[in-house]
Design a protein around this ligand. Sequence first.
Ligand SMILES: NC(=O)c1ccc[n+]([C@@H]2O[C@H](COP(=O)([O-])OP(=O)(O)OC[C@H]3O[C@@H](n4cnc5c(N)ncnc54)[C@H](O)[C@@H]3O)[C@@H](O)[C@H]2O)c1
Length: 343
Amino acid sequence: MRNTSRRKKILIAGGAGFVGSNLVRECLTQGHKVDCVDSLITGESANLAPLLTNQDFRFIHGDIADTGIASRLQRERYSEIYNLACPTGVPNIAVLGEEMMIASSTGTLNLLRVAEQSRARYLFASTAEVYGNPEKFPQSEDYSGNVDPVGLRSPYEEGKRFGEAATAYYARRYGVDARIVRIFNTYGPFMSKNDQRVIPQMLTRALNQLPLTMYGDGSQTRSFLNVRDLIDGFALVMNQHCEGEVYNIGGETEITIAELAAEILRATGSRSEVVRKPHFIADHDRRLPDTRKIRALGWAPKTSLATGLKQSIKHMQMTPGYSVARQNGQNPATTRTDHSVAA
Ligand SMILES: NC(=O)c1ccc[n+]([C@@H]2O[C@H](COP(=O)([O-])OP(=O)(O)OC[C@H]3O[C@@H](n4cnc5c(N)ncnc54)[C@H](O)[C@@H]3O)[C@@H](O)[C@H]2O)c1
């Protein structure tokens, strides 16, 4: 039964995206009122279409960096703000780098001002990409990373680092109850069919009996987390009073890309072959979160990769248009598979 005694009004920026549309659903299921602001640059209105008749839900089509949108949001009173709004996907960095930097800087500052005025709890969705090409394993929150400020990935990485700096500053200077979550590779229902990240790309190709592309020899490792476990982590950190604290949230089990391809072929029953190609953009060999800080709040990942893949496949199969034609559509991203973390 819904608990409406602690009903909150929540703003989710980037709620039409993969993580956001899962979060919107969870907040509505908990009985809260939800406003979602999204420019739809990488998100999809279809992710939210069934919710548009829900009286507790409101969709605002707009850019968080836009002054008109910022003033509109400032007139509201929110108890929680989740800032997930940023274009994602490593191949998109080449074409949407400016939008990534603007969303993470001007957009983030705008939402921090809304949080300050509303006295809302604020969560900034950062990324493992702030660790760059790490020299320390696993990466703990106090590791300042190894980022090339002019590297090919820097618009996303440095944008997120600015967003973190702004969040920490607003917590110190204006007392905003703010937290930063560094998200590692996450997958699950509502991944976009245009998403070039490794799991959605490989799943879509496997389901269409197309070859899976593996860059390099496939020995680079990643750890994957189901979106359900990520959202459990969000709830735990949102329930803590924070003064700009940082939390890693990510999968704890490393798997090589070659092993992942095999797992995906198993899970889909596909006969696709795996084709090797040279790396296309400063790929990172390895990424692994130190999760002790979020675990101390009682968090633990609950969904195995095998179960999570099954759920993702089921959702893809139920989604109209998970076809090759859509996959090769007009998305600004290239069609290269992204083995990386940038989301
Ligand atoms: N999914 C992951 O594995 C992962 C990993 C690390 C970090 N993250 C971060 O989590 C957040 C959500 O990621 P996702 O995987 O759901 O990506 P996504 O691309 O599916 O969602 C991002 C959403 O933000 C919207 N958006 C972008 N710029 C905007 C702007 N200026 N104003 C309003 N809306 C805007 C997009 O249209 C999209 O709906 C992102 O900030 C991303 O950087 C995700």
